[in-house]
Design a protein around this ligand. Structure first.
Ligand code: NAD
Length: 320
């Protein structure tokens, strides 16, 4: 499959009914692949894939990655797995210490075990910038270390990376690990833009902003993100292929608030800051990833963080 490009493959997309996963599934279908979406619909939505209802190129298996029989069935006759499913809620780790362990680490282990038993050899995994923790080097390159995550979510994704690389080495698999910046776009169901729009719909006179509003982070539109993923899988064929995926600049919560207020046509909204340099325990106040590795291979992000934010706000206001 690799090298020759990504088409006419049988691809399993875990979490394929979620925000990013549904865009991955769309793209894979568009590229001529047969796609099986495996999703427990915990945060995924049927409406994100319902446009494929009459398309024989996509089927949905409603199942849970904690159910090994269900994964076994989903992995039948699969060439490549995009493992997108996870619990991505960073804040949750502060109140529930089990959720990321189960939904991310155990779920990934279950999937890898099934792949090993069935002889499946290729996995692409959606990891995160949070595995770097509070990196001293910004933009942060893939080779940065030591990796010291400060959230249970980041820790769980780093553990998943370790499982994937060790399975790759031990059982002759090939893997792609994508460390995402903040990914935004249509079908977003969580994150700062969704939060701010919800808050402003409830009270358009005041916007509560977690932290001091100056946290500086990189945002990438989901279409660019998926494009980079497909490019990487087609163009790299090491045993383990690790790529940062993000934009080349950053923006902050105050600016995001201003863009949303502008796009909603509101005036005189008072910004109320909860204070402190981070929004919550585990929040990394400064994040921008180096995308030089991908750029050297020929993929460059086109949009700035602010362009992606504005486009996302417009599509969310229009559709939800
Ligand atoms: P999402 O919540 O929209 O998608 C997760 C999907 O996985 C949902 O459809 C959910 O129903 C499904 N799922 C969860 N647990 C499952 C289980 N046990 N069995 C089967 N399906 C299950 O989140 P997203 O933002 O689209 O994130 C997708 C991936 O990208 C995640 O792995 C996340 O960690 C990673 N990521 C996202 C961002 C971002 O900014 N959105 C940044 C870095 C990494």
């Amino acid at each position: 499959m690799t090298g020759s490009g990504l088409s006419k493959c049988k691809v399993l997309v875990t979490g394929g009914a979620g925000f990013i996963g549904s865009h991955v599934a769309d793209k894979l279908v568009e590229m001529g692949n047969d796609v099986t979406v495996f999703d427990n619909l915990s945060s995924g939505r049927m409406k994100f894939i319902s446009h494929h209802a009459n398309n024989s190129k996509l089927r949905l298996i409603e199942g849970d990655l904690l159910d090994t029989d269900a994964i076994e069935a989903a992995c039948k006759d699969i060439d490549l797995v995009f493992h997108v499913a996870a619990n991505p809620d960073v804040r949750l780790g502060g109140v529930d210490t089990k959720v990321h362990f189960e939904q991310n680490i155990t779920a990934t282990h279950n999937l890898l075990e099934t792949m090993r038993k069935r002889g499946l050899k290729e996995i692409a995994f959606t990891s995160t910038s949070t595995i770097y923790g509070e990196a001293a080097e910004i933009p942060t390159p893939e080779g940065y270390g030591p990796l010291v995550p400060i959230s249970l979510y980041g820790a769980s994704k780093l553990a998943c990376e370790g499982l994937i690389t060790s399975y790759s080495h031990t059982f002759g698999m090939r893997s792609w690990i994508f460390r995402f910046a903040n990914i935004i776009g249509d079908r977003s169901t969580h994150g700062i833009i969704v939060d701010f729009i919800d808050k402003l719909r409830k009270n358009n006179a005041e916007l509560e902003i977690l932290g001091d509003g100056r946290q500086s982070k990189s945002y990438l539109h989901v279409r660019e993100c998926v494009d980079a993923m497909m490019f990487s899988v087609s163009e790299s064929d090491e045993e383990i292929n690790i790529f940062n995926i993000g934009s080349e600049d950053a923006t902050n919560p105050t600016r995001i608030g201003e863009i949303i207020v502008e796009e909603m046509g509101l005036n005189d909204v008072k910004f109320k800051y909860t204070g402190g340099s981070r929004g919550w325990k585990g929040d990394v106040p400064k994040m921008m990833l180096s995308v030089d590795k991908l750029k050297q291979m020929g993929w460059t992000p086109k949009w700035s963080s602010e362009q992606s934010v504005r486009e996302t706000v417009r599509s969310l206001l229009e559709n939800y």
